[in-house]
Design a protein around this ligand. Structure first.
Ligand code: L34
Length: 283
């Protein structure tokens, strides 16, 4: 058996064309150009690459982007001041602070500073709460991208057993929540889980977001499962996921690649949120 590859790159391309059309229509109607501001503190090479991807996507979808690059020594107070200015700037619709931040800055404190209406990452406590309550909100980009990719297979999520490995605030926890809202039965595994393989072998849908290269091996995957690999790891200057891709191809029904999988979808969902932010702002 050889799995079907769900190309995030291809899906992202199609979705961005659609977003671009909707953005152009919005600009025509309102004379407002959706504007995303990305703040990058320091020069972590992975972050630099992801932020460049976000700027390129803004260009592709006809939106305005501004990158604010700050030195690694920037203080928490300085960063908060910049965010507060952007909060009250009516020409800015989305604000994103690229994570991780340097150790001396409290990430949650920074996220809490971003106005809920401009929190296109969906990381602020109010957005997280609304997501859990299934109210209208900005869905976090990576989890939203994961759900889109699963839906792309055409296989119904309802009733399936979804196993998520990882419990981070930006992927594991919210993706589990979204899968639950899609009526999956959800198991969340993490570093303290006993007998991980016992759980993963029951997964009709397996989502892996732990940041350990090729951690999930072929013997851990239920034959016919959908495997979504969220990890982006750099090994010997090459990118690989948290899943042993070649092994997964042999047993799974669908697999996402790295690169070209979840990453481009994360960025595409950010474009969707930025357009939504601009729309809410002008209505
Ligand atoms: N605030 N911080 C905030 N929001 C986010 O949504 C993120 N994330 C994660 C890290 N920090 C964040 C991202 O943007 C991870 N992430 C992200 C975004 C894009 C890609 C990977 C991770 C991506 O495009 N990956 C490409 C390869 C890029 C490369 O060559 O470096 C891929 O094809 O997987």
């Amino acid at each position: 058996m050889s799995a079907i590859v769900i190309s995030g790159k291809e899906l992202a391309k199609r979705l961005r064309e659609d977003i671009r059309i909707r953005v152009s229509k919005f600009i025509e109607e309102t004379n407002v150009v959706p504007h995303l501001v990305v703040i990058l503190v320091g020069d972590n090479p992975a972050s630099v690459s992801y932020v460049a991807g976000k700027q390129k996507a803004c260009e592709e979808t006809n939106m305005k982007s501004t990158l604010i690059k700050l030195p690694v020594e920037t203080t928490e107070e300085e960063l908060i001041k910049i965010i507060e200015e952007l909060n009250s700037d009516h020409t800015v619709h989305g604000i994103l602070v690229q994570l991780p931040l340097p150790k001396h800055i409290d990430e949650q404190k920074i996220i809490n500073t971003i106005s809920v209406e401009k929190d296109v990452d969906g990381f602020s406590p109010v957005n997280v709460g609304k997501m859990v309550l299934n109210e209208e909100c900005f869905l976090p980009c990576t989890p939203a991208g994961v759900i889109k990719m699963i839906k792309e297979t055409g296989i119904e999520i309802a009733g399936k057993h979804a196993v998520v490995i990882g419990r981070s605030n930006i992927v594991g926890k919210p993706v589990s929540q979204l899968l639950l809202q899609e009526n999956a039965t959800v198991t969340i595994c993490h570093s303290r889980t006993i007998d991980l393989k016992h759980h993963t072998l029951q997964a009709d849908i397996l989502v892996v977001a732990i940041g350990k290269p090729k951690f999930v091996t072929r013997d851990m995957i239920k034959p016919g499962a959908i495997v979504i690999d969220v990890g982006v790891n750099r090994v010997d200057n090459k990118l690989c996921g948290d899943v042993d891709y070649d092994g997964a191809l042999e047993v799974a029904s669908y697999v996402t690649p790295v690169p070209g999988g979840v990453g481009p979808m994360t960025i595409t969902m950010l474009m969707e949120n930025t357009l939504a932010a601009a729309k809410r702002f002008t209505r």
